[in-house]
Design a protein around this ligand. Structure first.
Ligand code: PLP
Length: 459
């Protein structure tokens, strides 16, 4: 038995959880189905079969409470898992807070983020189904790196469309994907109909995740030996990420702690869901009662300012329709530094839990996030990726509140990636070149309504 004064709370390899937790089994109310844009009917497995292997399609709709992690996947996970849980003693001291702050560090993975938790099983199930090549999109470059690594593990090819803004800003990400064996194209590209359509409208387009998804989906749909892999948003992705929360539960139990507050950054919702879902299960079972808070960028506020409606997952309208918090499928966010949080939509599961009041959400401007990130680096010694600085900023805010109230709150967050390949963003921040952007509610709602008015009339 450890104690809460410990700095690092570790699990042995043989203590690593061997099942993922499927929150669909325990939802207090059912989530709305994914719809076929042509018929308005719920999509069936056959609709998704051109893009995904059957094992993943079944996981997408499964209501089994647990899914066994295949031995081949556990074997790759053991390269970096179980990941450490840290108590942020030095950050707490700097803040002078009575709160106890814990962070689950996912930056120890081969990609430097939580993304390999799902890229590895996705590559595995595709390889098992005889698929030879995966296509995907990447924003900040984290997902492309994670998928290229996973494809290398299972002897598959990997082709990646990287959002133009990040392709230009982050050459090291591209090189890392190529070292892992991936092929990288800037998006929009002239290799796809989708890319050519966007370039015809705007030859200087800096791209968006929605556009890159359209390109990768188009390529996969054309070739039976090629499938598509998505790094966030979908149920099976969040399922795979629950290894984070399951480990954190075991680690906190070792030192006799229960969290009062979970905070996590949300782009598509996967690291946040992965951390939070096992804790929500415990909460619904009456064993703890943490507040669960999503943190998103003020410049891409899908939960706090978006509309809860059926929308496409991509810009060109090639995916099924998902009921989610959305800024409209043609929304192109400002090129803020947290590239992984620049997505117009939000996981349908996270959106549903937000609508039903199971989780909260706040939006943070990027200067406050970078200030949190720099404080974290100077105290804890890890330079966080720009995305989790959103969660850090929210944790710092709560810890400062505890200074006033004297509450000894236990705060848990996922430090979902390191920022070693994002140093240019810190350089800009330190030079005073990072600015904040926020939206007027009226403006954003008008632009979402405009985008949604172009949807097929089935919804
Ligand atoms: C991809 C990414 C995100 C955003 O994706 P989620 O699905 O919301 O987790 C956040 N942080 C890092 C480090 C990422 O790589």
């Amino acid at each position: 038995m450890g104690d809460p004064q410990q700095h690092k709370i570790l699990l042995d390899e043989d203590e690593m959880p061997t099942r993922w937790y499927n929150v669909l089994a325990d939802l207090p109310s059912p989530a709305p189905p994914v719809l076929h844009p042509g018929t308005g009917q719920p999509v069936g497995p056959e609709d998704l079969a051109p893009l995904f292997p059957m094992d993943l399609i079944l996981q997408e709709v499964s209501t089994e409470q647990y899914v066994e992690i295949p031995p081949e996947v556990l074997d790759v996970y053991r390269l970096w898992r179980p990941s450490p849980l840290y108590r942020a003693h030095r950050l707490e001291r700097a803040l002078g807070t009575p709160a106890r702050i814990y962070y689950k560090y996912e930056g120890v993975s081969p990609a430097g983020s939580h993304k390999p938790n799902t890229s590895v099983p996705q590559a595995f199930y595709n390889a098992k189904a005889g698929v030879r090549r995966l296509t995907t999109e990447t924003g900040a470059g984290q997902w492309g790196t994670a998928l290229a690594f996973a494809c290398a593990q299972f002897d598959m090819e990997c082709e990646i469309w990287q959002v133009r803004a990040s392709y230009d800003q982050k050459p090291y990400r591209k090189i890392m994907m190529e070292v892992f064996g991936g092929t990288v194209h800037p998006s929009p590209s002239d290799l796809t109909e989708a890319g050519r359509t966007i370039l015809a409208r705007d030859p200087d387009s800096t791209g968006s995740l929605g556009i890159a998804i359209s390109e990768a989906v188009e390529m996969a749909a054309q070739d039976p030996a090629t499938n598509y892999a998505l790094g966030s948003v979908l149920n099976h992705v969040l399922l795979h990420q629950t290894i984070i929360g399951e480990e954190a539960l075991l680690q906190l139990a070792k030192i006799g702690e229960t969290p009062d507050l979970l905070v996590g950054c949300t782009g598509g919702g996967s690291n946040f869901g992965g951390l939070a879902f096992p804790f929500l299960r415990e909460k619904w079972a009456g064993r703890m009662s943490p507040t669960v808070r999503a943190v998103e960028p003020a410049a891409c506020p899908s939960l706090t300012q978006g509309t809860y409606a059926y929308d496409f997952g991509d810009t060109l309208g090639m995916t099924p329709l998902m009921k989610m918090h959305t800024l409209g499928h043609d929304f192109v966010p400002d090129p803020i530094h947290a590239g992984g949080l620049r997505y117009h939509g939000m996981s349908p599961l996270i959106s549903h839990l937000y609508e039903t009041g199971e989780i909260e959400a706040v939006a943070k401007p990027q200067t406050e996030c970078f200030a949190g990130g720099v404080l974290f680096a100077r105290t804890e010694g890890i330079v966080p990726a720009p995305e989790p600085t959103h969660a850090i900023a929210a944790a710092v805010e709560e810890a400062q509140r505890c200074v006033e109230t004297g509450e000894e709150k236990v705060i848990l967050t996922a430090l979902c990636g390191h920022g070693h390949l994002d140093l240019a963003a810190y350089d800009a921040y330190l030079a005073g070149d990072v600015t904040d952007h926020a939206f007027e509610d009226d403006d954003i709602q008008a632009s979402v309504a405009e985008a949604l008015s172009k949807l097929p009339t089935v919804v």
